[in-house]
Design a binder for this molecule. Structure first.
Ligand code: ADP
Ligand code: ADP
Length: 233
């Protein structure tokens, strides 16, 4: 079964008497192990779609099945539970705790998941090694470069073995060379079988994904697989 299946999902925002149709009828199926970029100009609905796919919000209409589970009409608490288990988030702004070490930042999601301290530390160390930061475990964010901070955030997203890595403009705060390094890391994670969804408005970043879904005015304008890059399926 697909990891993600949206069927005709729509999203309407109400602003006073005005209705904004941010998504109109979006149907997307994503299989385990895919690496997909959501692209589109500002206002096309990327953030709205990411928030729904990431279980931060629910659609106004249509159906969203995540790992065989209908999450379209869940309450906020149910959604939070699914989100913590299934989704690893990576943000443009890293969202790391400034006073905590890389290790403690990465271990944080494991506290909510109920792991004991030594297990958390072991899993966090392993996740840091997986992003090439095994030697930086005890550094705090301000003792790391931008690219290293984003690697810590990626390790935090991976540590709980989520079904999906959901990255929102993951290179938006990074220079070109560092962005390229982060894309190389995502490619390595993809080759290892992770399912990755990345939201970006940059062509140069999107072309690293093996499939590009383009949104325009809340609709899927195109959905294209790059067969040169698709190592799975
Ligand atoms: P993108 O991420 O591609 O820039 P968004 O999903 O943020 O697009 O926005 C899609 C449309 O929905 C835009 O017209 C935007 O102004 C509107 N919109 C997004 N979020 C809200 C909100 N919370 N309330 C009202 N309108 C919103
Ligand atoms: P960007 O830096 O790309 O604008 P943000 O960090 O502002 O991204 O977050 C994008 C979306 O994710 C927003 O809807 C925000 O409310 C939500 N978000 C941000 N941080 C977290 C978090 N730690 N956990 C869950 N949702 C978050």
């Amino acid at each position: 079964p697909p990891v993600i299946q949206t069927t005709d999902i729509s999203k309407v925002y109400r602003m006073g008497t005005e209705e904004i149709h941010a998504l109109q009828s979006v149907s997307i199926t994503i299989q385990r192990g895919e690496y997909v970029a959501f692209m589109g100009p500002s206002g096309s609905g990327k953030s709205t779609l990411m928030n729904i796919v990431g279980c931060l919000d629910t659609p106004s209409g249509g159906q969203y099945i995540l790992n065989g589970k209908d999450v379209s009409n869940m309450t906020d608490n149910q959604l939070a539970e699914v989100r913590n288990k299934e989704i690893g988030f990576v943000f443009q702004s890293f969202n790391l705790l400034p006073r905590a070490t890389a290790l403690d930042n990465v271990a944080l999601p494991l506290i909510y998941a109920g792991y004991g301290k030594s297990e958390r530390q072991e899993m966090a160390r392993e996740a840091l090694r997986n992003v090439g930061l095994g030697e930086r475990a005890l550094h705090k964010p301000n003792e790391l470069s931008g690219g290293q901070r984003q690697r810590v955030a990626i390790a935090r997203a991976l540590v709980n073995s989520p079904s999906i890595i959901l990255a929102d403009e993951p290179t938006g705060a990074l220079d070109t060379r560092t962005s390229h390094e982060i894309m190389e890391l995502f490619e390595a994670l993809y080759v290892r079988g992770n399912t990755i969804i990345m939201v970006t408005h940059e062509e140069d970043i999107a072309r690293h994904a093996h499939r590009i879904v383009r949104l325009r005015d809340g609709l899927v304008e195109s959905d294209v697989v790059n067969h040169d890059l698709a190592t799975h399926q």
